[in-house]
Design a protein around this ligand. Structure first.
Ligand SMILES: O=C(O)CCC(=O)C(=O)O
Length: 301
């Protein structure tokens, strides 16, 4: 598929390497955000009505299972609606993810959170964030040409505006490079909150981060509902964490140029493609959410 390379500006790339994350504004237009919100709200309604089949939301999160209506987590949603398939195959997201993975990528995860202030937020220990990682720093990272690469990265897009009280994702900045127990870093961050950075950004912004970075959802203290959509990517030979089980109908509808994205590659080759210089010119072509079945292919050589 035709994806931008390098997709990050030099400043964005440096930010990612130093802190383990970078926030890119205006990846999605206001209309695209509203359209995605409508799709996710419908999915939430179906899920709460117990009316959602496994091919729409294959796994449900702990929050939803615990019956907490203030936090709905939906997982493995890439085949639930064509707009979600468009999100996970968005050329700019793939370009950013592939750049920091350092080569050909596939989808390993997709999910969405719709959450609002917890009923017990006043008594909730403000330090009790669910900090975690999805990758072990020394195992899942490598350096090439001086750049940090990660074999599990996420593009998390907020579809609603996030102010400081709106529960934006928290990260322990720079922890993606630190080979220590998470618990120790979390303890230090609680003592020195300047180590914690938060996603505060307008709707349509994307947080690109390495899963080796210690991170957590923030706490919502405002009246606003937060809606986010996330895709996780890894090298094309890694599996899809949720099993990657697709209906025959969905499998047949995957265009040839997206087969690797959804099914991966069944050999060890990772088709490395790594940035060679910080000041390399950015491929900043605009891309729309668009129709996932009409993605452009690279011209044949
Ligand atoms: O809710 C959030 O902002 C955090 C999401 C998260 O932890 C993840 O996708 O791994």
């Amino acid at each position: 598929m035709d994806i931008p390379f390098p997709a990050l500006t030099p400043e964005q790339r440096l930010h990612f390497d130093i802190y383990g994350y970078v926030i890119i504004h205006d990846v999605f237009s206001p209309t695209e955000c509203t359209d995605l919100i409508d799709v996710l709200q419908d999915l939430k309604t179906d899920m709460l009505a117990g009316d959602v089949s496994d091919d729409k939301v294959r796994a449900r999160g702990a929050e939803a299972d615990a019956g907490n209506p203030n936090h709905i987590f939906m997982c493995a949603i890439e085949q639930a609606h064509p707009l979600i398939s468009s999100y996970v195959s968005h050329p700019r997201l793939l370009g950013m993810a592939s750049e920091v993975v350092g080569g050909e990528i596939r989808l390993v995860e997709s999910n969405a959170h719709i959450n609002s202030r917890l009923p017990n937020w006043k008594t909730y220990d403000p330090k009790k964030y669910g900090f975690h990682t999805g990758l072990d720093t020394p195992y899942g990272s490598h350096y090439r040409n001086g750049f940090f690469h990660s074999s599990f990265v996420k593009t998390l897009t907020t579809l609603t505006d996030l102010g400081p009280d709106d529960g934006g994702t928290l990260v322990i900045a720079g922890s993606h490079k630190i080979d220590l127990r998470n618990q120790e870093m979390v303890e230090c961050a609680y003592k020195d909150p300047s180590l914690i950075h938060q996603m505060i950004a307008p709707a349509g912004s994307t947080l690109l981060f390495s899963e080796a970075l210690v991170h957590a959802g923030g706490h919502i203290r405002s009246e606003k509902e937060r809606v986010i959509i996330i895709s996780g990517y890894g090298p094309s030979h890694l599996p899809n964490w949720s099993g990657g089980v697709y209906t025959d109908e969905f499998t047949e509808s995957i265009p040839d140029n997206l087969k690797i994205l959804f099914h991966g590659r069944k050999n060890w080759g990772r088709l490395a493609k790594e940035r060679t210089a910080l000041m390399q010119e950015t491929d900043d072509r605009p891309f729309e959410l668009g129709d996932w079945q009409k993605r452009k292919s690279l011209p044949k050589k």
